[in-house]
Structure formats: C-alpha cells, structure tokens
Write a protein that binds this ligand. Structure first.
Ligand code: FES
Ligand SMILES: [Fe+2]
Length: 431
C-alpha cells in the first residue's frame, strides 16, 4: 500500500492516506506480560460490585484473564482462575461452599486463596491436594466494590483509601453511595481515561452538539490549566460567573481512576472545597473492551430526596438508545468508543493545543509503564498506609471583574491556578 502521508496537505488526497499505523502496543495492550498490563496490575483494581456476588459464581474477564469471583457461605470473597485445575471445567458452574468453591465436574474444592481442600475420588492417601494450588488473587471490598490485586505478590501496595471514599459527614464531603452495576464500553481503556483530561469537549459535545446537559454556566468557555499532583494530574477549569470565579478541578489518578465534581454547580455562591460527586475506575476487560465501575457521592440534601439523582448520567453508557438517537445527540460514549477502531491509533492523530491534558496523561502513563519495565514503582503508586489525599473539587471565590476582557481572562486563569496549587500544596484535611 502507498505509504501514508503523515500530514496530508493535498485536497482530495485520501488515496495517499490509507495506510494505517500500528497500535501503540506499549500503552494499550493489557494482557499478562504486556508492558501496559503489568503496569495496571501494580494497582488495586475493582472487578465487580459486591452485590453481584450472589448464590452463584460470577464469570469475569479482567485484563484478558478469565476469572471467577464468588463469596463463600462464610462470607469470604474469592477471585480465582476460571478453569478448574483438575481438567479445566469452568468454575462459573461451581458450587459455592462453606469454605471456597467446589467444581461441578468431579467435586474438587478450592479455597479463596487457591488452596485445594478436597479432591474427592482420589485415594485417601493422595497428597495431590497438598502439593497443588489453584490460581487466586487477593481481594477486598470497599464501598460496595470488590477490588483485586493482580500483580506480583512481593509488589503488593496497601489499598489506596482515597479521602473522597471515607470522609462522610466532614465539611465539604458527600454522603457516599455506590453504583448498582457496571458499564461496558466497547473500546480500549486508555481513550476512556483520556476523556477525563479533555475538558475542552465539555463546551462542545455537552453544550453545542447535544444541547445543554449541565448547568448553563458550563457553557461559559473556561480558562484551562493542567497541574501535576502526587496521584496524577488535575485539570483546572476556571470560569467567570458574575463577581465570582468558579474553579473546577478534575482528578486523573494513575493508572485508570478519575474523579469529577458535580455537574449541578453553577458558581453563583461562594464556597470552599466541595468534594467530587463521582469516582470512576475504567478497568480493561481486554484490549478492545473496558468496564467502568463507579462510586457516586451524594450530598446530604441529594441523599435525603425521595427521588435520589441517578448514579449514571446521560451518555455514560449505550442506554439502549437507537443508532439514530445517538446520531442526533451523541454522547461521551459515542465520542470515545468510536475513536478509530475501538483502539486509538496515535499515529493517525493530529494533536492540537486543547490536547495538553491528554498529552500530559499519556506521558505520565508511559513513564509509569517504563518504570515497571525497569523494575521500579510507578511514581504515583502509593506505598503508605492511611487516607490518600485527592483533589477534585468545586471552589467558588469572590474576585471582582478586571477592567478589560483580556485582563479579566488572565485574572480568572491566575485565580484558578492559585486555588489549585494551594490545594495541591496543602490539601484540605479531614477534621
Ligand atoms: S474438572 Fe474440576 S473437578 Fe474435575
Ligand atoms: Fe464528557
């Protein structure tokens, strides 16, 4: 095929533009042994909601590994390789037992840590079960989600207890709740996460194209900034609202978490740091599929409403919309799942000034991947115990307008950067 023109500048030039560059395998592939997959496995990942663990085992695919999750009759949670170590029958058809899970085929019994407790049918003096283990991963449950650590045992970090998940009842915090489900996205995980560092799309996709989906003030074009945090990045979107400056900060927390402040903020009333309404993990199923798992945080007032606001907002899943509806009113889902062929080809892009956050995020992820390849921890991996500070918030401060439009834009941007940097240097603490 004709070599692709990297920067096509010929009208009617598609003929010179048909060659397709390779996938960025270092960043996007997630299976065992891949650089990106090994990086993701250094962090705790949610694999399902606690309420999905019922009387039956739950078949899962996470980072290209087939697994089964279950809760035994003693209430202990397990995440084990799908296929029985005897002759490979899937444990999704297993029997949940007092202690562990029993294969339906010949009755081998596996504990939550993979130890084989019984091999009925074997001679009584058989030591097979004492010598063999089934593959299992450590798990824990928090806020209604089941988290697993799927990396090497000697590299296991403490579970990162984000402050947004533990601060109920504190000033600026929200009462927490959890999603009742999980949402599948038919695309690579990275392009979903990149959306969280792409604030420019809010003013277009969510305002002009699909009608105003948030408060009117979201239609004000913000001054944008991006800053590093100990956990990853924040974007800072600062808007002039009357005599106030509304500073909105979104977290990207390595490797695949983001936090979003409320979309009902209007910037009209002054207030300090108000915690995010959403914490979301985008966990790869395989290279071309991802599952979003989220914790939705409610204010006390929202929590008390007879009709609590929904966990999932417009456009975060397919929502059973018809193709025509999606064409009429495309959403985040439509935007990022349709990027190239479900997996971004970075060599086909033409990054522009609004992609600064995406570029910073990719650099951060790539550095993390390379650190793991070189035997180091990713910089953002938290090795300390205790509550982990996060930064996403809405803050509204009173800052009278400058005399000219240009000077005011500068003032708004400076205010946003100052507010954000102060939070990063001195994060609001729990009382
Ligand atoms: S295949 Fe599972 S016990 Fe035989
Ligand atoms: Fe969006």
């Amino acid at each position: 095929m004709t070599t692709r023109a990297p920067f096509l500048n010929t009208p009617f030039g598609a003929y010179y533009h048909r060659d397709v560059p390779h996938e960025d395998t270092e960043m996007t592939h997630v299976g065992p042994g891949t650089p990106g997959g090994e990086y993701l496995r250094r962090f705790w990942q949610p694999v399902c909601a606690s309420e999905e663990l019922t009387n039956f085992p739950l078949a899962l695919k996470i980072m290209d590994e087939e697994l089964v999750a279950f809760r035994d009759l003693n209430g202990r949670t397990g995440l084990v390789e799908m296929h029985c170590p005897h002759r490979g029958t899937s444990l999704e058809f297993g029997l949940i037992s007092e202690q562990g899970i029993r294969c339906c085929y010949h009755g081998w019994l596996m504990d939550v840590d993979g130890r084989i407790l019984e091999t009925p049918g074997e001679p009584p003096d058989s030591t097979l079960k004492d010598r063999l283990c089934h593959g299992a991963y450590p798990v824990l449950e928090h806020k209604g989600l089941v988290f697993a650590y799927m990396g090497p045992a000697d590299k296991k970090p403490p579970f990162p207890l984000y402050d947004s998940l533990v601060g109920e009842g504190q000033p600026g915090y929200r009462q927490s709740s959890v999603t009742g489900g999980k949402h599948f996205m038919p695309c690579n995980w990275l392009q979903i996460k990149e959306n969280s560092m792409d604030p420019a799309h809010t003013a277009f996709l969510h305002t002009i194209v699909s009608g105003r989906q948030f408060t009117d003030e979201f239609g004000i074009i913000p001054e944008l900034d991006f800053l590093e945090t100990p956990l990853g990045l924040v974007y800072v979107a600062s808007r002039r609202v009357g005599e106030n400056v509304w500073v909105r900060m979104n977290d990207f927390m390595a490797p695949n978490v983001h936090q979003v402040p409320s979309n009902s903020e209007d910037g009209k009333s002054e207030h300090p740091f108000l915690r995010p309404w959403l914490t979301q993990w985008s966990v790869p199923v395989d290279n071309y599929n991802t599952v979003n798992l989220r914790v939705r945080h409610y204010t006390d007032e929202e929590w008390a409403r007879p009709q609590r606001p929904p966990v999932l907002t417009f456009g975060q899943s397919e929502e059973n919309r018809t193709y025509e509806e999606r064409q009429r009113m495309p959403s985040d889902f439509d935007a990022f799942t349709s990027i190239f062929w479900r997996m971004s080809r970075h060599g086909l892009e033409h990054l522009a000034t609004t992609d600064r956050g995406v570029i910073m995020m990719r650099n951060l992820v790539r550095q993390g991947i390379r650190a793991v390849q070189e035997g180091r921890d990713p910089k953002e991996l938290v090795r300390t115990n205790g509550v982990v500070r996060t930064y996403a918030n809405d803050t509204v401060v009173r800052v009278p307008r400058a005399s000219t439009e240009e000077a005011d834009a500068e003032l708004v941007r400076e205010t946003g950067r100052r507010v954000a940097q102060e939070y990063i240097d001195n994060p609001p603490t729990l009382e």
